[in-house]
Each structure stands twice: as C-alpha cells, then as structure tokens.
Design a protein around this ligand. Structure first.
Ligand code: FAD
Length: 510
C-alpha cells in the first residue's frame, strides 16, 4: 500500500505537509467537490478564488512533474469513490483541515469508499496544537474554556523570538495598540489599492461559477485583487511591505468611504488558502523592519494580527467547538435585517460597507467589527445567522476563522475570551470614519425621526441585557448612564424609538 498526498483546496503549497516530503514527481490527489459551493449563497469572488487557485495549483504541480490526479465531482464521497476505484492499493495522507469535525467526516467518507487515510498536523499555522495545549494547560473536555489573547501573544513572541530583544519586547512594550487608533486628515492619501488584470484561468472560472452556482456579490472580475497563485501572493506580500506596511499602524482602525483598503495588507485570502505561510509573512515584515526605517507601531501591529490574533482564533475555535457555533449567551433571537443582503439602508456606514463587501468580498477589520457586527449585536441578531452571513460573503471566510471572530469577538456569544461586548453608539463610528457627514441620520441625536439608529439601539441593548451585563465591572460607567436615562424618562422614548426602527426595518425602510 503506497501513500498518496491529498492536497485540500485550502492547502495550496508544496512547502508544507505530506507533499513537501514526497519525492518530486510523486502522485498527488486533488478533489474539486462542488456540492459545498451550493450550500450557501457564497460571494461569487470567493468561489472563483478557491476554484481558480486550485486549478492553478494543479497546473503548476503538473508543470513541475507531479502526477496530479484531479477529480472533479459533485461531492467528496463521489470523488473518493472514483479515486479508490482506480487506485485500490493506496492510502491517502493529508494535513488536517482546521474545520471542526472535518477529520471524522472525511475518514467516514473514505472508509465508505473502501479506502484509508492518515491525517497529520496542519503545518499552515505558526504554532502547533500540542504546543498551545501544553502552554494553556486546557482541559480538552471543557466546552467553555477561557483564554487570553495578550498572554498567548507574549508567549508566542518569546517562543519565536519575533520582535524580541533578549527577554524583553523590542521597544520596551509588548503592544502599541493605543498608537493604532488615529483618523487621517484630508491630506493623507491611502496607498494605491492593487487592481491586477485577472488571468485567463480566473476569467474562465468566474464564468463557470456564474453559470453553475447561485452566488451573491458582483460577478465581474475586472476588479479582482485576490491572488490565485503563489507568485501573485508573493508579489502581493512584497507590495504590502513596500507600499502599505509603513502606513498600517496609525490608521489601522480608520474607515474612509473612498478607501476600501486603507493600508491593510489584503493578505488574509492568500494566507487562508496556503499560498502564503503566516511565518513567511512575519519574517518578511521583520526583515523589512531590520533593513528599513519602519515605525514600530506598524510592524508590531501587523505581527500582532498574524502571530497573535490569527493563531489565537484557531486555538479558541478548536477548544470551544462545537459549543461555540451555537453559543448565544445574550439570548439574541432577531433575524438579520434584509439590508445585509441587499444593501438597501440609509445608514451610510452600513450601506458603504455592505456595498464594498458586495463588490469584492472584503472589508477591513474595523468595518467588520464596529459596523457590521456592532449593528447586528445591538439589533439582537442571532449569532449563528450573522456567522452564516460572514461565512458566505467574504473571500477569506472559513468556518474556523469566521466563527470565533463573529460569534465571540463580534457578538459576545460565548465568553471564551471577550470580557465585554464590542458595541458602540454613533460616537465611535464618527470618530473613526467619515461616514456620518454624508448620512441622513444625525449622529448626535438619540430619539426622533432622523436620529442615528445606533444611538437608541445602543442604550436599548444595555437596558435589554442588563441582567447579563450590569455586574461586569467594565460596563459600570455605561450603566450609570443607563440609570440617568431611566430617571429622566429618556429610556422610555429610547424604547419607543427602537420599536419604530424595528417596524421600519420590517418594511425595508431604515
Ligand atoms: P490586515 O488588517 O492587514 O491584518 C493582517 C493579517 O492578520 C490578516 O491578513 C489576517 O491573516 C490576520 N488577522 C488579523 N486579525 C485577525 C483575526 N481577528 N482573526 C484571524 N486573523 C486575523 N479573518 C479571516 O481571515 N476570515 C474571516 O472570515 C474573518 N471574519 C471576521 C469577522 C469579523 C466579525 C471580524 C471582527 C473579523 C474577521 N476576520 C476574519 C479577521 C480580520 O478582520 C481579517 O483577517 C482581516 O480584516 C483581513 O484583511 P487583511 O488581510 O487586509 O488584514
């Protein structure tokens, strides 16, 4: 029985996993299964990206002499059946997918097809499961474990030596987050966003996706900034370092209506597909820091996202699933307003952000957290429904990364690491964006026909969730304001305003 490396669609690299250890020219399996793509109204660009990148990887492997068995099938079950019919004396060997339960499901399908498989660790992260578990000393059966991002991040900085000066962090601080919250003045121009010409394979795949699936989002690939090959991804990394990294720090949290990318790296889709390894991205950032004059708050800020948050989310997901996907500690039951799908709202922050997601399956972190998830949390949207929306609509979305970001960080669903909900009124959005100046709603008003919905919803959220949140010492100040509003009777006008908003939303008129 010989081992055949099976490369999953999110592991498109020859530098990690079983394929890296197989002799050049070996036989390799790839399965392009189509049923998953029909399960949700995925963004057209997301499906185009995944399928085009798989096909490109296949072609590159073949050009390098590998014998690639590329099976196109309705489902993985059919794909495995076809493979083992033709190659009965083989065993598959693959890196685990980070998606919960996927190892068990794949094993069942493979055994049903009369085959065998061996799963090895996923090497596409900066830390291993074993190392994290040893460090965290977590009970594997505890479904509501608690973890702290900052301590994991410091541990990984020490472990890898990244931005370390002996035992001390470079610059004397572990974290320069408080230097990453500026809003640029009008003279600042964001670095140019990439707009490469799509190659022929991408154009063909895009047309096939449009014919084959019910997708959401723009189907034109004239503006398709997502790398589909390793070369394109490396080029995107180089360009990020040359053009954007220096500006990444200060304005990381800022939102401007005319700059969809600001100075963000736009690398998540490439890292999540295996086209770039997170460690190579970190190394490139550190090399640039060592050889050029780059601000530490930009370099540390970006390292924290990749070595800190990305790794953290993966381990949180591993430990908190399956409960995390269903978690709903605030008992939120409202449905997602229709405008998340059709963009039809007069709230400028939401309409701008949703139209950017519609155009290219992307918005940056603060739009995701403080506009889209913030509004949904204030509205009381059931976390699983918002998670499904993010999973369907973003090019970089996979269950392992979307679920902890949306349900825990965005909606305070579980309490694994969030110590309070990330919610705000119009005040934060106005401070960090230029949306409010073009909005028909008044950012400073809470009640009345033209008041910004975020304001009444914010106080109503605190009021509604008082039992859960008042005892949280981080919310103390906010509850003293709620008490003032209760006394002055403002709270009852706030409740009326929210009832009006809900009725208007039901008519698609908010
Ligand atoms: P940059 O801002 O340039 O950051 C650099 C890199 O850091 C990213 O490419 C990414 O690899 C990593 N990173 C930063 N923050 C996170 C984080 N919280 N979790 C994981 N990786 C992080 N990220 C996804 O990859 N897929 C998702 O489906 C996803 N859904 C999200 C949903 C919500 C509600 C929120 C609040 C965040 C979500 N994120 C998700 C995290 C983050 O917003 C994106 O990784 C980031 O915006 C991608 O854009 P970028 O590559 O320009 O990132």
């Amino acid at each position: 029985e010989s081992d055949v490396p099976w490369v999953l669609g999110t592991q498109l690299t020859t530098r990690s996993g079983p394929i890296a250890r197989a002799a050049e020219g070996s036989r390799v399996l790839m399965i392009e299964a189509h049923d998953f793509a029909a399960r949700k109204p995925y963004h057209h660009h997301k499906l185009t990206l995944v399928f085009a990148a798989m096909r490109q990887f296949r072609d590159r492997l073949r050009a390098a002499g590998y014998e690639v068995i590329y099976i196109t099938a309705d489902s993985f079950a059919d794909g495995f059946a076809a493979f083992f019919d033709d190659h009965p004396d083989t065993r598959l060997v693959a890196m685990r997918s980070p998606s919960y339960g996927s190892e068990r499901r794949f094993r069942e399908l493979i055994e049903a097809a009369g085959g065998d498989v061996r799963f090895v660790d996923n090497e596409l992260f900066a830390s291993t499961r074993q190392a994290f578990d040893e460090w965290a000393n977590a009970d594997p059966d505890d479904e509501t474990p608690t973890f702290k991002h900052e301590s994991m991040y410091r541990w990984l900085r020490r472990e890898t030596g990244v931005l370390m000066d002996g035992d001390e962090p470079v610059g004397g601080e572990w974290n320069y987050d408080d230097e990453n919250r500026e809003f640029p003045d009008e003279t600042w121009a964001a670095p140019p966003a990439p707009s490469p010409e799509p190659d022929e394979q991408t154009v063909e795949t895009a047309a096939w996706v449009e014919d084959s699936f019910e997708t959401w989002g723009d189907t034109s690939v004239d503006d398709f900034p997502w790398p589909v090959t390793r070369e394109q991804a490396q080029d995107a990394l180089d360009r990020f370092i040359d053009e954007r990294l220096g500006e990444f720090g200060e304005y990381q949290d800022a939102m401007r209506a005319d700059d969809w990318a600001m100075a963000h790296s736009l690398l998540s889709s490439s890292i999540n597909l295996g086209l770039l390894h997170p460690v190579e991205v970190i190394e490139a950032i550190i090399d640039a820091y060592d050889s050029r004059d780059l601000p530490l708050n930009a370099v540390e800020g970006c390292v924290r996202q990749i070595l800190g948050w990305r790794e953290f989310m993966r381990h949180v997901y591993r430990h908190a699933m399956p409960a995390l996907a269903e978690a709903n500690q605030l008992d939120a039951t409202a449905s997602l307003p229709d405008f998340y799908w059709d963009g039809d709202t007069e709230m400028e922050c939401l309409s701008q952000t949703i139209s950017e997601v519609y155009d290219r399956g992307y918005s940056h972190h603060i739009q995701r957290l403080m506009v889209l998830a913030n509004f949904a949390t204030l509205w009381g949207v059931e976390p699983g429904e918002l998670n499904d929306w993010f999973h369907a609509t973003y090019v970089d979305a996979y269950h392992w990364v979307t679920t902890p970001n949306v349900i825990e960080m965005g909606q305070y669903g579980h309490g694994v690491f969030a110590t309070k909900p990330y919610v705000s009124s119009a005040n934060y959005i106005d401070k960090m964006s230029d949306y409010c100046s073009d909005c028909r709603y008044y950012k400073t008003k809470t009640t009345g026909e033209n008041a910004c919905p975020f304001n009444a919803l914010y106080w109503d959220f605190l009021d509604r969730n008082e039992e859960q949140l008042r005892s949280n010492h981080r919310m103390g100040l906010m509850y003293s304001h709620v008490d003032d509003k209760q006394e002055s009777d403002e709270l009852s006008s706030i409740r009326d305003r929210v009832a009006t908003l809900r009725a208007k939303a039901a008519d698609g008129d908010i």
